[in-house]
Every structure is written in C-alpha cells, then in structure tokens.
Design a protein around this ligand. Structure first.
Ligand SMILES: [Zn+2]
Length: 475
C-alpha cells in the first residue's frame, strides 16, 4: 500500500497520486507576522515538516510554499498601535519566525512569499474575477459574490445558507450585499497602508493573498494544501471559490488539516495565560527536541493536549533513544548473533513506514520504534546482539532521525542541552532557589553529568563509565 491521506474535501482517506510523477507541490498557510508564533502554530508547522520529510523519504521532490501574511487587519492594527511603519513592525516577527524554524529543526520551504511583495499578482487575480462577473463594488471595496460559485461550502461541508451565520463573525465594517460575501479588495482607509492600483487605492483581502501566491508558485492546480482546522472556514473555502472561479480548474487535489492544540485540557487564550511561545518554553528549561517530540507524538488529526507533564515524558522518551544511540556507538565489534532481534528490527522499520504512509500516523510509528528499542536493549544486556544487529539498530534510529527530524545521541546536541541546564542551575542559585538548583543537579545526574564547582566556575563531565548512561529502561 502506498501513501494515503485523509482529504478534508472528500472526507475520506484517499490514495495519494501527485499530478506530476515524482513531484509534490505543497502549499502550507504560513504565519501572520503580528506576534510570535505559539505552540498551536508550531504543532501545524511541525506536522507539515514531517509531511515534507516523509514525502522526501518516499522519493518525491517537494516544492513547498509557505506564505508570510505581512499585511492584514491584525498587522496593520498592531503597527499603528506601536507607531511603526508596517514593514518595520512585521520585520521583527518575520525574523523571529525564521529563527524559530531553525531552532525546531524545520526544513526550509522552497518559497516564502510575502503578501506585500505580491500585490501585483493579487490585483491580476481580482481583475480576472471582476471580468468574469464574480465581484461587486461597495464604497471602493470589492466583494466576492458567493452566489456566483455553486460549489461554495463543499470543503467545510456546510450549505451556503448556513455559511451566512459563520461568516458574520468574519464580516467587517464594509457594506456587503450578503453577509457571506467576503472582501477581495479593501478600499483605502484613513491612515492604513495602501497601494495605488488599477482597482483603486487599497489593499488585498487576506484570503486572496493565499490564492494568488499559491497559484503563482505552484500552478493553477496543485497537489496538497494544508493548514489548521480553523483555516477550513472561511479561509480555505474562500481560497477555493476565488481560485476556481478565476481559472475554471480544480484548485487543490488534497486538503489536509491539523487538529487543535489545547493546554491542560483548555483552549489556548491570552486571558487564561496559557498561550506559550517557543521562547516561553525554552525559558522554562525545555529544549527544542523535547518540544518537537511532543508536538509530533500525537496523530495530527487528533487534538493534542499540551501539558508540562507530557513535555517531561518526551524528555524521558528521548533519553531512552539517546541511550540506545550511545550504546551502539560504544559497542565493540561482536561475533554474536540475534536473529530474533533482527526480525524485530525489520518489523519495526516496516511498521514505522506503513504507519506514516497511512495518513502520517506518528503515534503508531513511535509505538513500533519503542518496541524495537526495548528489544535492542535487552539483547545488548544479554550480550546476544552482534555487529549485524548493531548496524540494523543504527539504521532504524537513522530512519527516525531523518523523518522525525531529531538527532539522537549526538554529543554536540546533548552538550548544548547540558549547558542550558547548567545555566539554569547557576541562575537558580543566584536567586537563592536552592531546591530548584538541586533539582536541576539531579536532572543532570540522571543524564550521567557530573558537576564540579571550581574557583573558575562550574566544570562538568559526562560519566562515561559502563552503565552510567545505559541499561534497560523498562517498558
Ligand atoms: Zn492561507
């Protein structure tokens, strides 16, 4: 069985067949750069990164586009409030976004088009829609007339009459004939930024940004479009309407959407104080690998409940994987042989790939991985595993590293994590929080790190003696 995805458009799991053999053209809705991205956003970006990595592993060339929304209601309002030009205001969050991608080990897309640099393409698209009778004007703004597009509501599985109720939430201060209709071009207003165009002075609506930029880089019909479930309506529904009304062709073949992330069982919200950015979590001492692991460990179509306890469990799971990686690195050549372990490793490898092929079932893949990790540890404990098995373990861990995008047992990564913990311990001591300092020392001890307080500061070393990092970890 090959790759299959759940397609929001058809509400079925479908075999994946790209338009061009060997190539996948993928559009991933990107950030609105008015603030730092939070872990809910990163859940989606990390899943998209896994999708990309798995497609690549399966031999596809991926052309991925992720837009940067650097002009919309939110960026404009915040820039005005901060007394900055739009570009000055958004620059900080664009930089932070790319920094976060690197920190989390997210592979770069081929294109990161910015809305403000593609206004010409948006004007062209709006012009096509106007010429074909899909728009009407009201006070200088242009609206898409939903009645002219019979398929409206198909993605969100709502009939257009019901869509009216949803869309009122999204409606703004402009006059519309019908509350479902949405602005594709917004007339210039007061001190807002604007462009002088053949459509008049104004700026594009948010939805039209994604339609214009995706079609510019990927063509009028492309393979996969992704986002969070909250993008389905109205954003993606509107993208389909605008794009297909303009081209007369199907816009996207597979629509994939990631479920919500909740925190401690509750919706993330500023008022609850549970909106965490990557910076917040790092300040609490969690490292990027642990965050990445947790956010990938739940199947993308299931809600993910983020807790600090779950983050600590991710740390423990990674330690088990690091232990095995270290252990096989230091394993002397052995003439041993363990056919049962070899069979388990082959089964795990097939199981991981089959799980990922089946709509990116990451939780299933991790289950197969840990079955094999447990067996590898006990075979090594019993002295059964030989060089052939050690090589197979190495291959299995390499598969995980490549597709899940996390390196294991690498000295430099672990060193960086250790330095981070030591820094936090020093800070805790400076604040006279000795219990916290001791807790961190124990945490380091559990990783086989020995600290020495010297007049020159803290020195540390890894206790590499037999058994300090290794040993069976139980189920
Ligand atoms: Zn979008």
């Amino acid at each position: 069985m090959g790759l299959r995805f759940y397609n929001t458009l058809t509400r079925r799991v479908e075999d994946f067949v790209p338009l061009r053999e060997g190539e996948v053209r993928l559009y991933t809705c990107g950030p609105t750069v008015y603030d730092f991205a939070h872990i809910g956003n990163f859940r989606t970006y990390l899943w998209e990164d896994l999708l990309r990595r798995h497609l690549e592993f399966r031999g596809f060339r991926v052309v991925q586009v992720m837009n940067l929304t650097d002009v919309d209601d939110k960026t404009i309002a915040n820039a005005l409030a901060a007394g900055l030009k739009l570009e000055e205001y958004t620059r900080r969050y664009v930089d932070a976004f790319f920094e976060d991608l690197d920190v989390l080990g997210i592979e770069r897309a081929e294109h990161y088009p910015r809305a403000t640099e593609h206004v010409g393409e948006m004007v062209d698209l709006v012009t096509r829609l106007r010429q074909t009778g899909h728009l009407y004007e009201s006070h200088g703004s242009l609206y898409f007339k939903i009645d002219t597009f019979p398929g409206y509501g198909r993605l969100a599985n709502i009939d257009p009459a019901a869509a009216a109720d949803h869309a009122r939430i999204d409606s703004d201060e402009y006059d519309k004939e019908n509350p479902r209709d949405f602005a594709v071009w917004k007339a210039r207003k007061d001190d807002e930024p604007y462009w002088d165009t053949p459509l008049g002075a104004g700026r594009p609506g948010w939805h039209v940004e994604c339609s214009a930029m995706s079609m510019k880089y990927l063509g009028e019909t492309f393979d996969i479009h992704t986002g969070g479930v909250d993008n389905i309506f109205p954003h993606h529904e509107n993208e389909i309407a605008q794009s297909e009304a303009a081209t007369g062709k199907p816009f996207v073949r597979y629509w994939l959407h990631a479920a919500h992330l909740i925190v401690d069982g509750e919706k993330m919200s500023k008022s609850r104080g549970n909106v965490y950015t990557l910076r917040d979590l790092r300040a609490r001492g969690f490292n990027p690998r642990e965050i990445r692991y947790l956010l990938l460990s739940v199947h993308y179509r299931k809600p993910l409940n983020f807790t600090f306890e779950a983050l600590a469990q991710s740390r423990a799971a990674l330690t088990r994987l690091d232990d095995l990686a270290f252990r096989i690195e230091r394993q002397p050549p052995s003439a041993g042989s363990d056919p049962a372990l070899r069979a388990s490793l082959a089964e795990a490898r097939a199981g991981i790939l089959e799980s990922l092929d089946a709509d990116l079932n990451t939780a299933g893949a991790m289950g197969h991985l840990f079955d094999a990790v447990r067996e590898a540890h006990s075979s090594l404990d019993a002295g059964r595993a030989g060089s052939e098995e050690v090589a197979a373990v190495r291959d299995l861990l390499a598969l995980f590293e490549r597709v899940f995008g996390m390196r294991l047992g690498q000295e430099e990564i672990l060193d960086a994590e250790v330095e981070d913990l030591i820094r936090r311990r020093t800070e805790a001591r400076a604040r006279r929080e000795y219990a916290e300092a001791d807790r961190i020392r124990d945490l380091l001890g559990a990783r086989g790190i020995v600290l020495e307080d010297t007049p020159q500061g803290i020195r540390w070393k890894r206790a590499l003696g037999a058994g300090t990092r290794t040993g069976p970890q139980g189920a």
